[in-house]
Design a protein around this ligand. Structure first.
Ligand SMILES: Nc1ncnc2c1ncn2[C@@H]1O[C@H](COP(=O)(O)OP(=O)(O)OP(=O)(O)O)[C@@H](O)[C@H]1O
Ligand SMILES: O=P(O)(O)OC[C@H]1O[C@H](OP(=O)(O)OP(=O)(O)O)[C@H](O)[C@@H]1O
Ligand SMILES: O=C(O)c1cccnc1
Length: 488
């Protein structure tokens, strides 16, 4: 087993196979453009939240084949030519990357990353980029849904013990925080990213004492100002809450306040209302109630509609595993090839019109109405097209083209920022607090209709006239060629 594997082999074997075949073919230096995007919004949400760029940047900056990687490749049954392995020894990412900022609200079929460079470099990185961005975007989107229903309540990420291994726990905690969570229980995520950390105690603490009261007293002695007592080990209303109140009153005599209690089972609406009443009647009005127990946005919304008196929510399994949709299904498609000094757009046809790729080097503009400061739609255009804000813009649906609207008095924001130029990073990674703030600001550009968590309106993502025409022409050409080849 390798002790310190490099990241270069964090890829599917077919990428190396294609790289080798390109090298044998003499085509490995040909330049291409790939788009990374997804086709369908997760969880029935009206938007997704872009996350994973920081990890992608770290990966691209440090991408090397280690000597161990090369030895491992040399042992493969494909028997790669040693000269190819020598080429890999000097491998660096030297391409251009344009990408959305983390925290951006994103929609199906718009390029989230546009990558330009040598085909062998762009093939190698496909798998890892989809891996990072797919997962982090899912968790950020799930977290954004929880934020929508939690309104101003505190949201804490508790998922590490149920996460799909270590990276998912740590990068998932980050994704949750950037989309509106307030903290995590994972200290490594706190250490690595500066996310506020917090937590209570487990049932084991209570079980470890001869009585619940003794357990609560010992805990509050250690943390007189910060204790949140778990009250459901034996009987929430008959034992846990009364004992917490007793200890809370003892603490007050010593000049401290009991910070909170945690409910972790049973009917959380009923128990929280009863517990609130009992705490208030005892004068412990500052003691907060935190709930955990298989929560997600559905239960959270339901509990709020039942009048639950819960101030903070600890969410684990269903957030960190993206429980109801464990894959985003992001894709990475070739959209242009460089030939004789020119970019030639390339298309992949599908019997499903939604799956036909949009050819060419492209960018995405977010069209913001200047009067309302709200987004009217996104427009995908050729990469170099500059939108004239002084001329009215007609937006039309790329499949149902009769769905049209004219937009005047708008700002057009190019969402794809230069991230790498010739392999050099040209983008300063924002701090996580800046990403979180950016996400909040971005959300405020959208009408509620697109943000609601149930049956949201479809946000328009349209193609410019020029791009739409190019796409139609390529489709026509391909079918003409097929007919000619078939002699029809
Ligand atoms: N009032 C409520 N309305 C809707 N859902 C609720 C309500 N109270 C709790 N829930 C949810 O119902 C589920 C209850 O799960 P379940 O009965 O398996 O466990 P529990 O009561 O937490 O007990 P334990 O953890 O001991 O198994 C959880 O997902 C919880 O969040
Ligand atoms: O429910 P989640 O959203 O995943 O949140 C994390 C859970 O982790 C802890 O449970 P623990 O590991 O003690 O097991 P439990 O399910 O028996 O409470 C905690 O008490 C929460 O219930
Ligand atoms: O701090 C807590 O209460 C906590 C942390 C992780 C999982 N469950 C609970």
């Amino acid at each position: 087993m390798q002790t310190n594997p490099g990241w270069a082999l964090h890829t599917d074997k077919y990428q190396i196979t294609m790289m080798y075949a390109h090298w044998k073919n003499g085509s490995h230096h040909q330049r291409k453009v790939f788009d990374l995007y997804f086709r369908k919004l997760p969880f029935g949400n009206g938007f997704a939240v872009f996350a994973g760029l920081e990890r992608a940047v770290q990966y691209l900056e440090n991408l090397r084949f280690t000597e161990e990687d090369l030895r491992y490749l040399a042992e493969q049954p494909e028997r790669y030519d040693p000269a190819f392995l020598d080429l890999l020894r000097g491998f660096r990412f030297t391409g251009d990357v344009y990408g959305m900022k983390e925290g951006t609200l994103i929609f199906p079929n718009e390029p989230l990353l546009r990558l330009e460079g040598n085909v062998i470099e762009l093939q190698l990185i496909e798998t890892a980029l989809l891996n990072f961005i797919g997962y982090q975007t899912l968790v950020a989107t799930k977290a954004a849904r929880l934020r929508t229903v939690a309104e101003e309540d505190v949201l804490l990420e508790f998922g590490t013990r149920r996460a799909q291994e270590t990276d998912a726990a740590v990068w998932g905690a980050r994704a949750a925080y950037l989309a509106g969570f307030d903290g995590t229980s994972n200290l490594r995520a706190g250490e690595q990213f500066g996310i506020p950390t917090s937590g209570t105690h487990s049932h084991a603490w209570v079980q470890d004492f001869d009585s619940e009261l003794e357990a609560f007293r010992a805990f509050t002695r250690a943390f007189p100002e910060r204790s949140v007592l778990l009250v459901d080990t034996y009987d929430t209303l008959k034992s846990g809450v009364p004992h917490a109140i007793q200890v809370g009153l003892e603490l007050r005599e010593q000049g401290h306040e009991l910070a909170g209690i945690r409910l972790d089972s049973g009917d959380l609406a009923y128990l929280s209302k009863e517990a609130r009443k009992m705490l208030d009647e005892a004068g412990l009005t500052n003691t907060r109630i935190i709930a955990s127990s298989d929560l997600d946005e559905e239960t959270l919304l339901n509990l709020k509609s039942q009048g639950a008196r819960i101030d903070a929510w600890g969410v684990g399994t269903r957030l960190i595993t993206a429980y109801d949709q464990p894959a985003l299904g992001a894709v990475y498609k070739l959209v242009a090839r460089h030939r004789n000094g020119e970019w030639i757009p390339s298309i992949k046809i599908s019997s499903n019109p939604e799956k036909v790729t949009t050819p060419g080097r492209k960018t995405v503009y977010r069209i913001i109405d200047r009067k309302t400061n709200k987004a009217r739609g996104d427009l995908i255009t050729p990469a170099d097209q500059v939108l004239d804000e002084d001329r009215p813009l007609t937006l039309f649906h790329p499949v149902h083209t009769y769905r049209k609207k004219k937009v005047r008095d708008f700002r057009a924001i190019n969402l794809l920022e230069p991230i790498f130029e010739d392999g050099k990073r040209v983008y300063d990674l924002p701090t996580l607090s800046e990403v979180r703030k950016y996400h909040r600001e971005q959300r405020s550009l959208f009408w509620e209709e697109y943000l609601r968590q149930l049956n949201p309106e479809e946000y328009p993502v349209d193609l410019s006239d020029e791009l739409w025409e190019t796409k139609q022409e390529l489709i026509r050409n391909i079918y003409r060629q097929i007919r000619e080849e078939n002699g029809k």
